[in-house]
Design a binder for this molecule. Structure first.
Ligand code: ZN
Length: 79
């Protein structure tokens, strides 16, 4: 059950190249504790995406840059 997800930045705003960053499973769904009723509104949890802003490191120039990403719900950037 290999669920290795990646996100690709292309082009990189620093060097113009293409970089891939790994994503890891972020188990926040199980820790809500809001009761079963709140889960009914989530019809397609696998398709849910959220827009987040993260700082990433360009591996070529070693410069941090800010990127707005759409991460699948339940996954978090590891880099
Ligand atoms: Zn770069």
């Amino acid at each position: 059950m290999s669920s290795m997800e990646q996100i690709t930045i292309d082009p990189c705003p620093i060097c113009g190249g293409s970089h891939t960053y790994p994503l890891s499973v972020h188990q926040s769904v199980c820790t809500r504790g809001l009761g079963a009723d709140s889960l009914k509104s989530v019809s397609n949890p696998g398709l849910a995406r959220r827009r987040v802003t993260r700082f990433l490191m360009c591996p070529v120039k070693h410069v941090m840059f800010q990127a707005t990403l759409e991460l699948p719900d339940g996954l978090e950037l590891t880099a």
